[in-house]
Design a protein around this ligand. Structure first.
Ligand SMILES: Cc1cc2nc3c(=O)[nH]c(=O)nc-3n(C[C@H](O)[C@H](O)[C@H](O)COP(=O)(O)O)c2cc1C
Length: 197
């Protein structure tokens, strides 16, 4: 059975286009493959900014951690475990101020772990996650895909490649705050129905 990790971070919750489109995709994929789905809503269950003490907890030898460090390390450990256990990661991704939501960045900061999801070799960094694919459903008020202003796409590709995931694809629902949004939304919805695992 396939495991799908569905990550959302829309401030609009279930009304967010990135959430709704992501839900459509996940239910299509799950119905076809009888997959197990775990949802992580980073807006509803937001994580604090990564702190020095949390990184300190990661660095401490597991059997030498204080009680506080054990609790601190658990947050990242759980997120990494969730990611490692998944085959496909579907991300409902709003664009906020040209980037990813800050809540999503707190997740990125906790799953990029030296010696766990990547390591440095003589040839540079090497991602340690294997055989995973990421599908990003990107909702945007304006239209940026394929232009030099879309730094969000490059950032996401770079980040996932860094931890070993090179199979990253995008479905864009753009211009959602512009006239003609219904047509563009319908095109994105149609594109989602054509994706299989
Ligand atoms: C705080 C904030 C910042 C935004 N920044 C951008 C932006 O930089 N570029 C853009 O195209 N749309 C921007 N938008 C519009 C959202 O990307 C758009 O409404 C999208 O549908 C949000 O995803 P959601 O519907 O899943 O919440 C912004 C919206 C908010 C609330």
């Amino acid at each position: 059975m396939k495991n799908i990790l569905f990550i959302t971070s829309s401030l609009n919750g279930h009304q967010g286009q990135s959430t709704m489109l992501g839900e459509t995709l996940v239910s299509n994929l799950a119905a076809n493959k009888n997959a197990n789905v775990i949802q992580r809503d980073l807006a509803a269950d937001d994580l604090p900014h990564l702190s020095q003490s949390e990184i300190g907890a990661w660095m401490a030898e597991p059997n030498e951690r204080t009680e506080e460090q054990v609790a601190l390390a658990k947050t990242s450990d759980n997120l990494v475990e969730e990611l490692k256990n998944s085959d496909t990661i579907v991300i409902g991704m709003p664009m906020y101020n040209f980037g990813v939501p800050s809540t999503f960045k707190t997740w990125v900061d906790r799953v990029a772990r030296a010696g766990v999801t990547f390591r440095y070799t003589e040839n540079g960094p090497e991602g340690l996650l294997e055989n995973k694919k990421v599908i990003i459903v990107a909702a945007r008020g304006g239209i940026y895909a394929g232009t030099e202003h879309d730094s969000q796409t490059q950032y996401l590709k770079d980040f996932f490649a860094f931890i070993g995931i090179k199979d990253v694809s995008f479905v864009y629902a753009e211009g959602l705050n512009m006239p003609g949004s219904e047509t563009r939304l319908a095109a994105a919805q149609k594109e989602l129905t054509e994706i299989t695992l």
